[in-house]
Design a protein around this ligand. Structure first.
Ligand SMILES: *Cc1c(COP(=O)(O)O)cnc(C)c1O
Length: 213
């Protein structure tokens, strides 16, 4: 596998944007390659894969993110090993994390912004009440929103979907006086559009490598 980290970084103008490599594509040896090329943030989306990779990479100074659906019953094993959760979308999960974490966990609220049917993510109109309810959990530190745009070549659709999160940032500021500046949006096919909408964390997989030697 040949990586293009340098080329990808050249397309990202701002040093304050964190590239989180989506590790579902990579073996731990490949992750070591990526690490050498300057990627130190890794995001896994399955608990079993995470739990097998994590101990093998203990010698590296990795910041671990969990970017996929986390089942409540898997929280106990995973939660003290990660620094960020990108997929918080229900109160049961928040309650379990609050119980199991020693210190506050940085979380993105996952919001369903695409018109595709998805079981994951809060609907836009559920976000305000969720934020009000989640305040009781001292070990949940909401830092912003995560969203996935529809997989389409139509850039207008992608713009409209990311814009929903910008509108939500404004609404929440008006209603609660809290400015959520972090945004986990942008994958390989749409990260340039995500940057126009204020992305601060890009979750990138396929754009980092190519199969040809
Ligand atoms: C796989 C994955 C990504 C990255 O996907 P690419 O399109 O290959 O960049 C981002 N976010 C999540 C939640 C993923 O599962």
């Amino acid at each position: 596998m040949k990586f293009h980290v340098k080329n990808v970084k050249e397309t990202i103008p701002n040093d304050n944007i964190t590239i989180v490599a989506a590790t579902k594509y990579f073996t731990t040896d490949e992750m070591r390659e990526l690490y050498k090329e300057g990627i130190h943030d890794f995001g896994e989306n399955r608990d079993d894969a995470f739990l097998s990779k994590y101990p093998e990479l203990q010698d590296l100074d990795i910041t671990w993110h969990f970017i996929g659906t986390l089942q409540t019953k898997k929280v106990k094993k995973v939660i003290d090993k990660i620094s960020y959760l990108h997929s918080l979308d229900n109160l049961k999960l928040a309650e379990e994390i609050d119980k199991r974490r020693e210190t506050p966990l940085k979380c993105f609220l996952q919001v369903n912004i695409s018109n595709e049917d998805s079981k994951h993510g809060l609907n836009i109109d559920e976000v305000l009440p969720f934020l009000q309810s989640v305040q009781v959990y001292k070990n949940i530190d909401i830092i912003g929103f995560m969203g996935m745009a529809e997989f389409t070549k139509d850039e207008t659709v992608i713009h409209q979907e990311f814009q929903k999160l910008n509108d939500l940032q404004t609404l929440i500021y008006q209603e609660l006086g809290i400015q959520y500046n972090e945004l986990s949006i942008g994958m390989s096919n749409d990260y340039q559009i995500a940057l126009e909408h204020g992305a601060t964390f890009l979750r990138l997989g396929s754009v980092l490598f190519s199969k040809e030697v």
